[in-house]
Design a protein around this ligand. Structure first.
Ligand code: HEC
Ligand code: HEC
Length: 250
């Protein structure tokens, strides 16, 4: 993980230059530059993999094909301090709500294949516990099953809930850890914060190990709706925050 982070730091210098291109796409354009959203998001794909399809063998999360409302919320979370990753915040800080929305729509619309899962170091018992949490939850700790919100196939649900497959285990661990410590927040009521706080260290490791070892189903797209109501209220699940409603940047 450290190697990934120091590589990020090196990239940082280069990317702060690229970030200004993102903010001023037309001024920064060299003569042959096609001013398309795919070109303008090349700075993003330096970390998130070609076309945003980072494989699960590193730390960077794949962004291609995630629900647009979810992606948009995350860009706002980084920009407005509800998620902290310096380089991400730095990139999105100068950008308007409408530009963030355009980028979210661009990555969400990409329909690209997924890599096979990476091998995971976990015992059979850990994987069993992870599977139990994901598919059935743990009533003794009031933890609903992940499938109740992330979709029966765990590929996410429109418009605001992401899938949990095809992501690096380190990334999943770190996000659940960040919710437990309050470093990552979503719109209130923040159901993921409550759920993460009900999990202990070994639960987090078990569920992230099981999720990271699962292949994507034949149809990897987010579901349009859930078969039953959410087991808890989530401020982020239904309504991606609209810039007009929240007085965001034009
Ligand atoms: C220097 C590498 C880097 C660059 C460049 C970068 N990102 Fe990220 N991005 C990350 C990392 C690392 C994370 C996860 C951070 C964390 O731990 O929360 C992330 C998280 C995200 C997320 C949240 C994903 C999820 O599943 O919750 C989105 C959306 C995102 N980035 C979009 C973008 C876009 C759009 C751009 C271009 C404007 C971009 N990123 C540029 C490294 C980068
Ligand atoms: C009550 C509904 C609900 C349940 C149950 C639930 N989640 Fe979530 N989860 C969400 C929502 C909504 C988000 C999006 C939050 C945001 O906008 O940041 C989310 C986001 C996440 C993310 C961030 C993904 C990314 O790409 O960064 C992870 C990881 C996650 N959930 C793991 C889990 C696990 C593991 C379980 C089962 C133990 C679980 N969730 C159960 C609603 C739920």
């Amino acid at each position: 993980m450290f190697r990934t982070f120091s590589r990020c730091r090196l990239l940082g210098t280069l990317l702060s230059a690229l970030a200004s291109c993102l903010a001023l796409p037309t001024l920064a354009a060299p003569p042959a530059f096609e001013d398309t959203i795919a070109q303008r998001t090349l700075a993003c794909t330096a970390c998130h993999g070609a076309q945003g399809r980072a494989a699960p063998d590193g730390y960077y999360p794949r962004i291609a094909g995630k629900p647009a409302g979810y992606l948009y919320n995350q860009l706002l979370h980084f920009r407005d301090g509800r998620r902290s990753y310096r380089l991400m915040t730095h990139m999105v800080e100068p950008l308007s709500d409408s530009y963030l929305h355009e980028m979210a729509e661009h990555f969400a619309a990409l329909d690209l294949p997924y890599s096979a899962p990476s091998p995971v170091a976990a015992t059979a018992q850990e994987l069993q516990r992870g599977k139990q949490l994901a598919l059935r939850g743990d009533a003794t700790r009031q933890v609903p099953a992940c499938v109740q919100c992330h979709g029966t196939a765990l590929t996410g649900v429109q418009p605001g809930t992401p899938g949990l497959l095809g992501l690096p285990r380190d990334y999943l661990n770190s996000q659940l850890g960040a919710w437990r410590s309050g470093q990552r927040r979503a719109h209130a009521p923040d159901c993921m914060a409550s759920i993460a706080q009900r999990l202990n260290d070994s639960d987090v490791s078990a569920v992230s190990g099981w999720l990271a070892s699962q292949p994507l189903p034949a149809n990897p797209k987010p579901a349009r709706a859930l078969p039953a109501p959410l087991p808890m209220e989530c401020g982020s699940a239904d309504a991606p925050s609209s810039s007009a409603a929240k007085g965001g940047r034009p």
